[in-house]
Structure formats: structure tokens, C-alpha cells
Ligand binder design. Structure first.
Ligand SMILES: [Zn+2]
Ligand SMILES: [Zn+2]
Length: 204
């Protein structure tokens, strides 16, 4: 394990709360993505234009956030709910983009590497060590891709604010449904929402 990797993994574990295979995989994905885009200091100036699409809402996301300093709140982490261990790193300044995905047979390959680590008699520890040390081409698939990011999805200023005529709540960044003069938020327009209201505001 080299020093850079170790330091980034420590950072990821701090944010995520535990060491797991997802942290190792996420750190390796982020390091590969940054390297492919030529970004050495993502938290500095050169990371400002970096937007990352993550395709799973599990452990590796936190590692990617820890390594890159990009966050959903800064609109530079986009959650794509595909359930896939993959992420696309986009340099919005140059439009260069690279998609890093975990190879389907990597778990099996890590298992084989783990078996060779006879000095570690803890199976789980050996598997983590294998994930950290196995060759990148056995773990990750790296492909150039093209990503069209809409202006309303980019970091930066809010592009427009409207009020839903039904619920009266404010909708930012063109997330409203309905056309001109008939502004509705998505839940009101679709008639479906992830929550159901069970008390009014004043009930406390
Ligand atoms: Zn985890
Ligand atoms: Zn509404």
C-alpha cells in the first residue's frame, strides 16, 4: 500500500465511519478518475470544474467524496440510482470524461489474491488487502465517455426560482413541471411523492 493511497483511505474511513471493501474500491476509483483527467489536487483550483456521476448509493460514494472533495451540496456529485459500482468523472471545462466501473469478476479475482496472502489468517482482512493490492486492470474498467450536462445541473448560480401554484413552495433550477403560466412542482404535477403528510405545521 503506498503512502498516498493509505492517506486517502484514512480520509475515506474517517468520513464513512468504517473500513470496508467499498472504501478501498471507492478510493481506487477516485484515484483512477483523477489520474485519467490529469487532476492532481482535486481540492484545489483544478478540481473546481470536476463533476462526478456516481451510479450507486453505497459505501464507495463516501470514498469518492473523501478523495475528491466534491459533494452533492456543491452539485459536483450526481447520484444516479443504477445500483452499479461505477462512477463517471467529468472535467466540465474541457468536457473530457472517463467512466470507471468495477469489473464483474473482480470479487472472485480478489478472492484468489487473498488466498496467496498466507501471512494474514483473518479472511476478511486478507480480502481487503487483496482489493487494495490487486492490479488495477483486474479491478477496474476505464473508458472514455461523453456526458452532456445541462446548464441547470452545473455548479454555480441558481438558474431561476418559481413558486408552485398548488403547494406554494419554491422550486429552483428548472425542476418544476408544467409549462409557462402553470407552474407546479414535480410532486404536485405527478400527484405522487415519497412522503405522506401526517400533521400540519402548527401541530408541532
Ligand atoms: Zn462501508
Ligand atoms: Zn407543489
Amino acid at each position: 500500500m503506498n503512502e498516498d493511497f493509505k492517506a486517502l483511505l484514512d480520509e475515506a474511513v474517517r468520513l464513512h465511519g468504517h473500513l470496508c471493501g467499498g472504501q478501498i474500491i471507492g478510493v481506487r476509483m477516485a484515484m483512477a478518475g483523477l489520474r485519467e483527467l490529469g487532476i492532481k489536487e482535486p481540492r484545489g483550483k483544478e478540481g473546481r470544474d470536476l463533476v462526478i456521476f456516481v451510479e450507486i448509493d453505497r459505501c464507495p460514494v463516501d470514498a469518492i467524496i473523501a478523495v475528491t472533495g466534491r459533494t452533492p451540496g456543491r452539485r459536483s456529485i450526481k447520484m444516479m440510482d443504477y445500483g452499479k459500482q461505477a462512477a463517471t468523472f467529468v472535467d466540465t471545462r474541457t468536457s473530457r470524461a472517463v467512466r470507471i466501473s468495477v469489473k464483474a469478476d473482480s470479487f472472485e479475482k480478489a478472492g484468489l489474491v487473498a488466498k496467496t496472502l498466507t501471512s494474514l489468517n483473518d479472511e476478511k482482512q486478507a480480502h481487503l488487502e487483496a482489493l487494495a493490492s490487486m492490479p488495477e486492470q483486474d479491478l477496474l474498467s476505464i473508458r472514455r465517455v461523453r456526458v452532456a450536462i445541462r446548464p441547470e445541473d452545473l455548479p454555480g448560480e441558481t438558474l431561476g426560482t418559481v413558486m408552485c401554484r398548488k403547494c406554494g413552495e419554491t422550486v429552483r433550477d428548472m425542476r418544476q413541471a408544467g409549462g409557462e403560466g402553470d407552474v407546479l412542482c414535480k410532486p404536485c404535477a405527478l400527484g405522487e411523492c415519497y412522503y405522506e403528510e401526517i400533521s400540519s405545521e402548527t401541530d408541532g
